[in-house]
Design a protein around this ligand. Structure first.
Ligand SMILES: [Fe+2]
Ligand SMILES: [Fe+2]
Length: 256
């Protein structure tokens, strides 16, 4: 089964390019199933319930979030009830929603886990120990992990720590795609960052000039979401759902 997993969806430009490119990839027979990180899908912030539902209604099997999970408080009821939306698993147990879910497909079940990193990010529980705890509970052979983290070292380390225990581990959050996609020695498909599904003519999705001025002047600026040169970035992994093994990983960047 060929599964597309896309990097952080940013704003309206990101939602539109996602729609157009996934329709094309489906019609070309290149993908069978889609997972999308949608943590910036509403004007650069976490999705509203309407946006989350429209992404899920467009043929996406599940969406992951990140450090922007609770930007829109109106999403909380949906986080509690819809098993296709995943927030980070290593948050306090009182946090709304779920950090792990199971998606049923024609060929078998897929477990999807989201973790956030601890380096250069807000304090959370240990992603390594949380992964250990969750993997003890998982009953499916096919397991996908989205590791939403800033530091490349932390992402590579978790990939190596879970190598052979999960089908695939993909980094998200930096909005910049890395070129290190690989099958790790014990069989886990891996990339340090999937990249961004959004406007490439930007500073990680925001209009260039205010971000530059913020750095130059040290003064706060209004960061509008950029629109130009949208692209979809992510990977397509070919997975055998009866063994839970990744057969291949292909990195993609597609413009509409
Ligand atoms: Fe993001
Ligand atoms: Fe993020």
């Amino acid at each position: 089964m060929k599964i597309l997993f896309t990097g952080d969806m940013v704003g309206g430009a990101g939602r539109r390019v996602f729609q157009r490119v996934t329709e094309r990839l489906r019609s070309e027979g290149r993908i069978d199933l889609i997972f999308a990180n949608a943590e910036n899908s509403a004007g650069g912030r976490g999705p509203s319930p309407e946006i989350a539902e429209s992404i899920l209604g467009s043929g996406v099997s599940a969406i992951t979030l990140g450090d922007h999970s609770f930007d829109d408080k109106k999403l909380i009821p949906l986080l509690q009830t819809d098993p296709r939306i995943v927030r980070p698993a290593n948050l306090p147990s009182e946090a709304a929603g779920r950090g792990m879910t199971t998606i049923e497909t024609d060929e078998g079940s897929i477990c999807l886990i989201l973790l956030v990193g601890r380096v250069f990010m807000d304090p959370v529980d240990c992603p390594f120990r949380t992964a250990d705890r969750l993997l003890n509970l998982v009953k499916t052979k096919t397991i996908f992990v989205d590791f939403h983290a800033e530091a490349t070292s932390e992402k590579i380390a978790l990939g190596r720590y879970l190598d052979g225990r999960v089908t695939a581990l993909f980094g998200t959050h930096t909005h910049v795609q890395t070129s290190d996609e690989t099958i790790l020695p014990n069989g886990t498909a891996y990339i340090t960052d999937l990249g961004m599904t959004g406007p490439k003519d930007s500073v990680i999705g925001r209009e260039v000039e205010p971000v530059v001025q913020r750095f130059v002047t040290g003064m706060p600026q209004k960061y509008d979401v950029a629109k130009k040169d949208p692209a979809l970035e992510g990977v397509i992994v070919d997975v055998n759902l009866s063994t839970g093994k990744a057969l291949s990983i292909e990195r993609i960047r597609e413009r509409a």
